[in-house]
Design a protein around this ligand. Sequence first.
Ligand code: KIV
Ligand code: NA
Length: 268
Amino acid sequence: MTTTRGLRGREAPITMLTAYDATTAAVVDEAGIDVVLVGDSMGNTALGYDSTLPVTLDEVASRTGAVARATEDALVVADMPFLSFGVEEAESVRNAGRLLKEADADAVKIESGPHTVEMTRRMTEVGIPVMAHLGLTPQHVNQLGGYTRQGTDQDAAEEIVELAGAHADAGAFALVLEHVPANLAGAVTEALDIPTIGIGAGPDCDGQVLVIDDAVGLGEWSPPFSRQFGDVRGEMLGAVEGYREAVESGEFPADEHSHVESELEDLY
Ligand code: KIV
Ligand code: NA
C-alpha cells in the first residue's frame, strides 16, 4: 500500500498516472504505479469538454469511487475541480472531505496559489492530505490565455519557489509542478522536503505524472512534453472495426457463440 508518507525520501522516482474509471485504474494499479490521480483532466479526456472548467464535484466523486474500488496498492488522489474550493474555506474543506468520506480518496490535489496556503493548512489539520499544484494551473486558463509554460521569468520563478515552500510549510505532502522550466523544477525539488512530481517539468523532480490518454496513446492528440508508450487508440479502433465487419458479413456470432436449447418446443 502506498501512503502519503511513503512517498518521501525514496530512491526510485515516484510514478503517477491519471485514471477516470475502474477498468483503467485496475490496469494502472496492476502495473505498479505509485499514485493514481483522478484528475480534472477528465474534462478534456473522458468527459469530452475542451477545458477542465465544467467538471463538477459530483463527477470527480463518482469517478474517484470507481477508481478507489479498483485500486489495491496505489495511492488514490482526487483533484478538486474548478470552484469546488477557494470560494469559501468551510465549503472547500467540506468538499475535500467528501472525496475522502464518500469516494474513498486517500488525498486531494488542489491547484495552488497564494489563496490556498491557509486552506492547505486547515485541510491538513482536519486529516485531509493535500497535494499542491503549481506552475501551469489549467483552471486559470481564462487568465493565462492558453496552456503555456509558467515560471519563465525571474519574478514568476521566484513566486513559484516561494509558494512551493509556503505549501510545504502548510502541510502539503507533495507538489505537482506543471509545465515549468526544468531548472526551476530542479531548484524547487532541491529546496523542498516534500516530493515534487513533474509534468512537462524536466527530469529533476522526485517523480513524474502523465495523463493516461497521452501515456498509452488513447487520445487523438498529446502535448509535446508527453510521450505515447502505446497505441491503445489504434488497437481499440482495430478491434471495433473487426467487430463491425464480422457482424456485417455474418461471420459473428458463429455456432460456437450460440446456444440452441433442445428442450424448447416450437414457438410458432
Ligand atoms: O488533472 C490532471 O490530470 C492533472 C495532472 C496533469 C497533474 O492535474
Ligand atoms: Na488537474
